[in-house]
Write a new protein. Structure first.
Ligand code: MSP
Length: 633
């Protein structure tokens, strides 16, 4: 069985767990669950970083011993991971003996191999970052990394001969394109390595900082907190204590890290591994940072996003879904309540939630709550198989948002299938029974596949769908083949998956679309134009984010349309066809360079495309996923 070892950074136990910590941990959890689903043997490790000056100071401030302090604080992380359904196989704490013993063994080995030396050192020290800076790196007495004041320190310390591994590391990065990802981060690391690389100070004098792993051969020192922390990736899978186990897991497949700690991983950790004669991990993936409403998240700004509070309000799965769907992994992203609520309403309550409840309701109503007989299934078998392949490609490439977009193509296709096949009409006609059964079977089996595909992302929702389909006891809802649900199998309609209509946007309601009644005018009606004339029209994808009726008009709606980089007000004469609430979240085609015009005293800054003549029959929409602002050509 192939093995898959994935890690998160170990979090400073002093920190209040926030969306940044939850982000990496959820991403790692999705990958761990996905690889388990594929039948691989998975080891997923997370934990807490518990030594160092900051912990020591915080404990002193509270008047408790550092060990008691960390024992109390670690609970916040352990509990949050439980709430977020994190399926880690182990939880490392750097104060555990199983870890500290390995840190000491590694120092012994490095010392015996001549990789360390003791040296007197003077430099600028940043206390919060716990690191030294050289004279030319510091200006105005401020830390070049965090901007806080540095102090002059002179002390003896142990150094690791990191500089000797510089060229080997550059060669490794050059020859292993997947080692540092995404590509831009890889180039950053290569840029860093193009400069001379110093040796790494790996100790702190005990007199100044007693809260650390003691040096095994020199009582006067403790281990630099980063060296201590990085070693967790090998201490827990058994380095130096259980060689067979270690051989099973090392080298790790993935270290997921935030972009701020890439250098410590790509350079310090890699060179330490080289000195120990160990292989390097296959991939170090650096993800981006979350801002909140466009601002840096910080305690002093009071804008730290508490995952626990989001879960209380919206549930676990919507939070897991949002953080991975909203921002391409590797990019920075912005968190806002509005964006969260928008996705909740459109993707979850409306798209997935409605699909589940409509399908189950119809099977309950038309088939006495039993899976009906299958029949021709209108390409869904092919679609789910192709999607599973795309999800696989996307997850191998860490593109969680793309995997979800792919899954939502099925969700949306299935919703449209309900509308086009109109089971409520088929149900009125006894001779249409086989067709009705085939449609509902296809929908039920498609739901099973959707639940399988979302299960790494949204384990609780997947479980709820399996339960509704009577598959609670079937591992992963059964195999990936088509046609697993058996006719006659009982299903149970459950309460809605994403029940609440969360303000400010009302839930978009999927309506049964009647046959068009608008007459079609003959073509062609206008004189031909050249492509250069057509190219003058700037057509864009827009997303309707707000909609209301214009007072005293039965036809005009006032829409706010997100064009990716700006939101425009557009007036559209579609009010007899559409209720404003039904339009929220809808993607439309917009003429973006139409001169602004006034209609009933209100400015319209664009035009929305629709089919129809005097009467609108349908807004123009998209079959595959698109983003607001994309060009239409
Ligand atoms: N203890 C070290 C890691 C040692 S790993 C051997 C550490 N801990 S931390 O708690 O400060 O940060 C942990 C992770 O949280 C980092 O990967 C960091 O990038 C991430 N984040 C902190 N704030 C973040 C955001 N605002 N957004 C996304 N991730 C962020 O560093």
């Amino acid at each position: 069985m192939s093995s898959y070892y994935i890690t998160t950074p170990i979090y400073y136990v002093n920190d209040v767990p926030h969306i940044g910590h939850a982000y990496t941990t959820i991403a790692a959890d999705v990958l761990a669950r996905y690889h388990r689903l594929r039948g691989e043997d998975v080891f997923f490790l997370t934990g807490t970083d518990e030594h160092g000056q900051k912990v020591q100071q915080a404990a002193a401030k509270r008047g408790v011993a550092p060990q008691q302090h960390v024992d109390e604080l670690v609970i916040r992380f352990e509990q949050l991971w439980k709430r977020l359904d994190i399926s880690n196989d182990d939880f490392v704490r750097t104060t555990q003996r199983r870890h500290t013993a390995v840190v000491q063994e590694i120092l012994r080995r490095l010392q015996a191999q001549g990789e360390l030396y003791r040296h007197s050192y003077e430099g600028w020290y940043c206390l919060p970052d716990e690191r030294f800076w050289a004279n030319d790196e510091v200006s105005d007495g401020k830390c070049p990394e965090c901007g806080r004041p540095v102090e002059r320190l002179s002390e003896q310390n142990y150094f690791f001969k990191m500089s000797r591994y510089r060229e080997r590391l550059i060669r490794h990065i050059d020859t292993h394109p997947d080692f540092i990802r995404p590509e831009a981060r890889r180039n950053e690391v290569l840029g860093f390595l193009a400069q001379p690389l110093g040796d790494l100070c790996i100790s702190r004098p005990r007199a100044r900082l007693p809260w650390g792993v003691p040096f095994p051969f020199d009582d006067a020192f403790v281990t630099y907190v980063w060296v201590d922390a990085l070693v967790n990736y090998i201490s827990i899978p058994g380095y130096g204590t259980d060689e067979a186990r270690f051989a099973r897991w090392w080298p790790a497949n993935v270290h997921l890290v935030g972009k701020d700690i890439l250098t410590t991983h790509a350079v310090y950790w890699s060179t330490l591994l080289m000195a120990l004669g160990l292989d390097l991990p296959s991939t170090i993936y650096a993800h981006g940072w979350w801002t909140v409403n466009g601002e840096k998240m910080s305690k002093s700004r009071g804008n730290v996003v508490d995952p626990g509070a989001m879960v209380d309000e919206f549930g676990v799965d919507p939070f897991r879904y949002f953080v991975l769907r909203e921002v391409p992994f590797g990019h920075d992203g912005d968190f806002s309540r509005d964006a969260f609520i928008g996705r909740y309403n459109s993707d979850l309550a409306n798209d997935l939630g409605n699909l589940v409840s409509r399908t189950l309701t119809m099977i309950e109503r038309y088939c006495e709550s039993r899976v009906p007989q299958p029949g021709p299934e209108d390409d869904f078998e092919e679609l789910v198989a192709a999607t599973a392949r795309e999800v696989d490609n996307s997850l191998r490439d860490f593109q969680f948002h793309r995997a979800l977009q792919e899954i939502w193509i099925i969700v949306n296709r299935a919703n449209r299938y309900i509308e086009t096949s109109a089971p409520w009409t088929l149900a009125k006609n006894p001779s249409a029974r086989p067709h009705l059964d085939a449609v509902l079977y296809t929908l039920a089996e498609t739901l099973r596949h959707i639940a399988r595909l979302i299960s790494p992302f949204m384990p609780q929702s997947a479980r709820a769908i399996f339960e509704s389909l009577g598959l609670a006891d079937v591992p992963n809802g059964g195999p990936a083949a088509w046609g697993v649900l058996k006719a006659g199998h009982p299903i149970h309609k459950a309460p809605p998956l994403f029940p609440r209509t969360v303000t400010p946007h009302p839930v978009r309601i999927v309506m049964d679309i009647p046959e068009p009644t608008v007459a079609v005018s003959p073509t062609p009606q206008l004189a031909p134009i050249g492509i250069e004339d057509f190219a003058k029209i700037d057509l864009r994808v827009g997303k309707i984010v707000a909609a209301e009726r214009v007072p005293k008009s039965s036809k005009l709606l006032k829409l706010q349309v997100d064009l990716g980089t700006e939101t425009r007000q557009v007036l559209a004469g579609i009010g007899t066809k559409y209720d404003p609430e039904a339009l929220i979240g809808r993607l439309v085609a917009v003429v973006a360079n139409l001169k602004p015009a006034k209609l009933m005293g209100l400015e319209s800054q664009g035009m929305i495309l629709a089919a129809g003549d005097k009467e609108v029959a349908s807004l123009i929409g998209f079959v595959e996923p698109v983003q607001p602002g994309m060009k239409i050509k």
